[in-house]
Design a protein around this ligand. Structure first.
Ligand SMILES: Cc1cc2nc3c(=O)[nH]c(=O)nc-3n(C[C@H](O)[C@H](O)[C@H](O)COP(=O)(O)OP(=O)(O)OC[C@H]3O[C@@H](n4cnc5c(N)ncnc54)[C@H](O)[C@@H]3O)c2cc1C
Length: 331
């Protein structure tokens, strides 16, 4: 048995979207030994992957906040407490083992006393470039999610994609990066009209209709081979970084294969008013659950997390006092 298998957590949270992150904070605040496991290389779930540049207005306490800033604030909050966040790791199976659950991931195995499923629509994975051998430059020069903005200052950056998110990223980098180019396989962009107009009025260089044919690292830069649609000639362009935004595939396929026999309705976990599934110490919160009157909103998920954590703490540590007010916790 590996060291990792000996590791026993009180609570394992599957998914680091808004629901999982806030539940993680709350679990940490209640001093539960907690891990959050996320298949993507970034926290934030749908907010980070689908609308980082959009403004959210209906989360209590914010009269409008950009998705990316909202997630950054949530991440700061969870870092106030002692919780392990494991990124780029997918939970591929969960099975009961006596009083514990064994969590099998793409990286190894751990054990846990309780589970909170915060899986949203399933594990997110970016649509990748169909070119072999790019692993060595992934997350260094080639990105499928927006890296930290500071790392792009003064760089020559290319963004590939034609939807709203690709346009948002290109516009956001204008004035941050040394130069920004957007590459799209069609002449028409799929983004909203006003975003497309903003793009065409900006200093972002537009390369259409081009397909990415090759990507190679050359003298510290990326040499990107672009083929004009309908033509055979490959033109070479040099960039420091390439952000590919071809969208994300969210899949419940992995979850469907879990050994865990959790009640589901229309691929959603069925929970009661305490966020409990049909299995002992297995709870579910956020977009991936179903109960009468469920709203798929961040505000709702923020209530469900503390509910699940409190129930788990009551079951695992009946003598522990709580829930405490956070005002008594931090100086
Ligand atoms: C365009 C758009 C705009 C929106 N605007 C608003 C808004 O204004 N206000 C609002 O309240 N809501 C809004 N929403 C909805 C909101 O984003 C969701 O309600 C919220 O993201 C749900 O959070 P979650 O944590 O439950 O799920 P998600 O955000 O979907 O996160 C789930 C996470 O779990 C991970 N995961 C799943 N399975 C596994 C696994 N097996 N192993 C490891 N990780 C796994 C996924 O990769 C993902 O990161 C919007 C949604 C969209 C698409």
């Amino acid at each position: 048995m590996s060291l990792m298998q000996n590791e026993v957590y009180d609570i394992t949270i599957v998914g680091a979207g808004p629901a999982g992150l806030f539940a993680g904070f709350y679990a940490g605040m209640r001093t539960a030994k907690t891990q959050i496991i996320e298949s993507l290389d970034q926290v934030g779930g749908q907010v980070t992957t689908l609308y980082p540049e959009k403004t959210i207005y209906d989360v209590g306490g914010y009269a409008g906040i950009k998705g990316i800033d909202f997630i950054s604030s949530l991440e700061k909050q969870v870092r106030l407490v002692d919780v392990e966040i494991k990124l780029s790791e997918t939970v591929i199976d969960i099975f009961p083992e006596g009083d514990f659950y064994r969590i099998k991931t793409t990286e190894g195995e751990t054990r846990t006393k309780a589970v909170i499923l915060a899986t949203g629509n399933g594990a997110f994975n970016p649509r990748r470039l169909a070119i072999d051998g790019l692993e060595t430059i992934e997350n260094k020069h080639l990105f499928y999610t927006l890296p930290k903005i500071e790392t792009l200052v003064g760089k020559e950056v290319a963004v590939a994609g034609g939807g709203d998110s690709a346009i948002d990223i290109a516009l956001m980098l204008e004035g941050v990066a040394k130069s920004v180019t957007i590459i799209h396989r069609r002449n028409e962009f799929r983004g909203m009209e006003h975003s497309v107009n903003q793009l065409l009025d900006s200093n972002v260089k537009v390369l259409t209709p081009y397909l990415i044919n090759s990507v190679e690292k050359n003298h510290g830069q990326l040499s990107v081979g672009l083929k004009k649609v309908g033509e055979e000639v490959v033109e070479q362009y040099q960039y420091d970084d390439l952000i590919v935004n071809y969208g994300f595939i969210s899949s419940n396929k992995v979850i469907k294969n879990w050994s865990l026999d959790v009640d589901q309705e229309h691929r959603m976990f069925v929970v009661n008013s305490l966020m409990q599934t049909n299995l002992k110490n297995v709870y579910a919160i956020g977009d991936g659950i179903e109960y009468d009157g469920k709203l798929r909103l961040i505000a709702t998920a923020f209530g469900e997390g503390p509910m699940a954590v409190s129930q788990i703490m009551k079951a695992l540590y009946p003598d522990k006092k709580g829930p405490l007010h956070s005002t008594a916790m931090f100086k």
